[in-house]
Design a binder for this molecule. Structure first.
Ligand SMILES: Cc1ncc(COP(=O)(O)O)c(C=O)c1O
Ligand SMILES: N[C@@H](CCOP(=O)(O)O)C(=O)O
Length: 475
């Protein structure tokens, strides 16, 4: 399988080159040259496969000869062997027509572990096999950073720098990232929001001299590997439904921010998974809801909510969807993206908007509704949702119903967001690995939202020099 860019100026790249490129060199995002088809017959033959076997079947469609299957299997076994549930992403039936897919059984208690545990293994493999220097640069609203750091901490040949918005992540998310004391990890706590962090790293990846000079590699969902690894659990969840549910319509409700998780669902559907509707659940940062309802994609004012990982205005994967919406028209996609950068909005109309509304339903869940959903779900089903997953359930309740079965994603463990759970007057048991974080010391550099200063920090770190001093260092 070969990969190409949504902006049309990069093509013919293999799987490993696509992994290493991250953001496409023409500023677009990498996608497969053709989406492989999974026939009904193949899908039926996958029924009963365990998670890793299913993962290998799906990856085989994309990896080509780049990595031998036994090497992929060994990496997948190490990655998913660290999950607390043997099913990796168990599907829990809550009531008739409603299932929760639990994606939080990995080391950092969020869905990001599913792709990032494997990505850490893969980067390490490539570093050893190709003698590659891997300098990871990523932005996080809390969960990607923790999962990526956990995936590569202490690994030879790899350094990782993560930017997170200062004091805009939950306490546990901050501790997960900053209590790691391996020398190959740098946390920059940026006085700004997640969009600011993401903007800086996208600019640095788009600067090809800087990118190649510093061997920059991406762990965010701009990297196609993230998208692919996340498609596996859509197939897994569907195949775990009973026959009757599979015979009906199946919707997925997906707590969304950067549009990576739901884009994986879109890809799975294009591959042939019989998905009826993809429901985009956002919080008060509801640019995606507005887009689905009106065709206008415009970032608004940033809002801090109970679901901080979804406090995102500019969704980086939106471009991948636009590419398919325009019928894989790279020129039109590039023009849309240029308009967005110039005018701050994109307007979709006519048949394209009708297609958006066939593909997706959407709901932006307000803060009060998020907390009510947590409390009600606990009372009615004795199931504690984290605030992101609660947005998913609220959206499933509001927008589902056209499907006969909704699978709603639990994207994080509630213990990561005890601030919100306490507001619902619910006491939860905190798992030991999270409790232990509170006794550890933190390492982070607090920096202004100042690209030049951030670049100096990065250069020092990637050159193996001691840090040049942030406004506040090593708490
Ligand atoms: C817990 C949680 N839920 C949902 C999301 C949104 O996922 P995505 O950015 O892939 O849309 C995130 C962050 O990405 C998250 O950390
Ligand atoms: N919510 C994310 C934001 C980054 O998203 P990604 O999927 O592009 O890595 C986070 O937790 O960091």
């Amino acid at each position: 399988m070969q990969f190409k860019s949504t902006r049309g100026k990069v093509a013919g790249k293999g799987f490993v080159d696509t992994l290493l490129m991250g953001l496409a060199d023409d500023g677009g995002l990498m996608v497969p040259e053709r989406i492989p088809a999974v026939t009904d017959q193949t899908l039926a033959s996958w029924r009963g496969l365990d998670y890793i076997s299913l993962f290998l079947e799906i990856f085989a469609l994309y990896v080509g000869d780049d990595i031998p299957r036994e090497d992929l299997r060994a990496m997948a076994e190490r990655s998913y062997g660290r999950f607390r549930d043997p099913q990796v992403t168990p599907l829990v039936r809550v009531k008739d027509g409603l299932h929760v897919l639990e994606l939080f059984h990995g080391p950092t208690f969020a869905f990001k572990d599913v792709a990032l545990q494997f990505m850490g293994e893969l980067y390490s493999y490539v570093a050893q096999r190709q003698g590659e220097i891997i300098h990871i640069l990523g932005a996080t609203s809390g969960d990607t950073g923790a999962a990526a750091i956990e995936g590569v901490r202490g690994k030879e040949g790899i350094r990782i720098c993560i930017l997170h918005p200062h004091q805009k992540v939950s306490r546990v998310q901050e501790l997960q990232m900053t209590t790691v004391d391996d020398a190959n990890v740098l946390n920059l706590s940026v006085k700004g929001n997640f969009d600011d962090c993401q903007r800086v790293i996208k600019e640095l990846f788009a600067d090809l001299d800087f990118k190649s000079g510093h061997h920059l590699r991406a762990i965010n969902s701009i990297n196609f590997l993230r998208i692919l690894a996340q498609t596996v659990y859509y197939f897994y969840a569907y195949l775990r439904l009973d026959e009757q549910a599979r015979a009906g319509k199946v919707d997925f409700s997906v707590p969304s921010g950067n549009f990576g998780n739901i884009f994986s669902g879109y890809l799975a559907k294009r591959m042939g998974l019989p998905v009826h509707k993809l429901i985009i659940a956002t919080n008060e940062n509801n640019i995606l809801e507005q887009f689905v309802k009106t065709g206008v994609y415009r970032s608004g004012d940033f809002r801090s909510t109970h679901s901080p990982s979804m406090d995102i205005q500019v969704a980086s994967n939106f471009e991948r969807y636009l590419y398919y919406l325009t019928g894989e028209d790279a020129v039109k996609t590039a023009a849309y993206m240029q308009t967005f950068h110039k005018d701050g909005e994109i307007v979709i109309e006519g048949e394209e908007l009708a297609q958006v509304q066939r593909d997706f339903a959407a709901l932006g869940v307000g803060n009060a509704r998020c907390l009510e959903t947590i409390a009600d779900f606990k009372t009615q089903h004795d199931y504690l949702l984290d605030p992101h997953s609660a947005c998913g359930v609220a959206a499933a309740e509001a927008c589902g119903g056209t499907g006969e079965t909704v699978i709603t994603f639990a994207t994080a463990h509630p213990a990561k967001f005890d601030e919100a759970i306490k507001l619902c007057e619910i006491e939860q048991e905190i798992p030991e690995p999270i409790q232990e974080l509170f006794a550890k010391s933190q390492h982070q550099v607090v920096v202004d939202y100042d690209k030049a200063f951030i670049v100096r920090q990065l250069e020092a770190f990637y050159n193996g020099v001691n840090l040049v001093g942030g406004t506040e260092a090593h708490e």
